[in-house]
Write a new protein. Structure first.
Length: 32
């Protein structure tokens, strides 16, 4: 399993809307 990433910490460095878009894009990938 991939290491858990704290998305909130990452989003601190970017605009909130942009951060959500990045997370949504990453969620589109199928990670097993």
């Amino acid at each position: 399993m991939p290491k858990r990433v704290n998305w909130r910490e990452i989003a601190v460095d970017v605009d909130a809307a942009e951060g959500e878009a990045v997370v949504a894009r990453l969620k589109s990938f199928d990670i097993d």
